[in-house]
Write a protein that binds this ligand. Structure first.
Ligand code: ADP
Ligand code: MG
Length: 329
């Protein structure tokens, strides 16, 4: 955007100019997969013939999505991870991303750590930074990812059918538990597995590709499993049942009262696992999935529009769904 008052200025002690900042921390030279990367008015992407371009944006705002004092390396990782998770949920292969960054000041230590975390994850998924925007302002990180998926193969939210099995990758609830511990003033250690789930989620990209011809509908669990399942059900005009006893319980939650643990697992959020539906004839193929996080069948798609959680005898369990609503009361 035009310079205005918003360019990152020279800091009094000899800070960085905008273009030096981009060159030093974000421009890594010629691209390998994109036709043109950083430096021109637009980047040029060339998805493979026969593929749709999958596009998704996620914004992380200091104070809303992360604490102001968050380790910048973890923030660089997470800002891209939440976007790659959307590509995974669509069955798309990562191709490139753009980065719009607002910074209160051009802090070199912060930028170095942030870009390290960002590129470590980007390189693992062959996803190139091809452009962006840099401005002064309250800390805000907005990434747009681009992926490719063969025409017609995308895993959409609106394709679930009654009779489908409902599957979940890995387990949910640890990130919400770590967040709760911090909000209650007794944060977990940085290396605690639950804390790592919150700070460094691993997008299930390989799983998304594996599911292309096995799943019918999919979503990534970012706002709580039940809330995200409700999105699939609404879009597909179906209902769903979850068997509480089959919901995988991570170690961190096993010491909690069962009702509390179940609520964290089903309504916590920030999990970035994949929740998907598949025809029962694909059970064996899905059970053979060799990815380390594993897959669990947690319920089924049914006619109607209700999402219900059932106990071992088939009676309904009421759970305060919550799900984070930015403009809620
Ligand atoms: P314009 O004014 O044409 O939008 P800019 O001066 O904002 O261009 O940016 C110059 C180049 O640097 C562009 O190619 C843009 O995509 C890239 N760029 C700017 N900020 C970032 C960033 N944070 N990360 C990666 N590329 C960036
Ligand atoms: Mg610009």
């Amino acid at each position: 955007m035009s310079p205005h008052a918003h360019r990152v200025p020279d800091a009094p002690g000899g800070g960085l100019r905008e273009f030096d900042l981009i060159r030093r921390y974000f421009d890594r030279g010629p691209t390998r997969r994109a036709a043109l990367g950083i430096g021109d008015d637009c980047a040029l992407l060339a998805p493979a013939t026969g593929c749709d371009l999958a596009v998704s944006t996620d914004m992380l705002v200091a104070g809303t999505h992360f604490f102001e004092d968050t380790d910048p390396e973890a923030l660089g990782h997470k800002a891209l991870a939440v976007n790659l998770s959307d590509l995974a949920a669509m069955g798309a292969r990562p191709l490139a991303f753009t980065l719009a960054l607002a910074l209160p000041r051009p802090d070199e230590a912060w930028l170095g750590a942030f870009s390290r975390g960002l590129f470590a994850l980007a390189d693992r998924h062959g996803c190139e930074l091809v452009g962006g925007d840099t401005t002064r302002g309250p800390l805000n990180v907005c990434i747009t990812v681009f992926g490719e998926v063969p025409n017609g193969a995308a895993l959409r939210r609106d394709h679930a059918e009654p009779g489908d099995d409902l599957w979940l990758s890995g387990c949910t609830g640890e990130a919400a538990y770590a967040l709760r511990c911090r909000l209650q003033g007794r944060p977990l250690a940085a290396g605690d597995p639950a804390q790592l789930r919150l700070d460094r989620p691993e997008p299930r990209v390989a799983l998304g590709l594996f599911l292309r011809h096995l799943a019918r509908a999919a979503i990534d669990v970012s706002d709580g499993l039940l809330g995200d399942l409700a999105h699939v059900c609404r879009r597909s005009r179906v209902g769903a049942e979850i068997d509480a006893a089959s919901v995988p319980m991570p170690a961190a939650l096993r010491a909690l009262p069962p009702g509390d643990a179940l609520r964290l697992a089903l309504a916590g959020g920030d999990d970035y696992e994949l929740l998907f539906t598949a025809a029962p004839e694909n059970r064996a193929a899905l059970a053979a999935c060799a990815l380390p996080h594993g897959l669990t069948r947690i319920g089924r798609i049914v006619p109607g529009e209700d999402v219900r959680v059932l106990d071992a005898r088939g009676a309904r369990i009421d759970i305060d769904v919550g799900g984070y609503e930015h403009f809620g009361a």
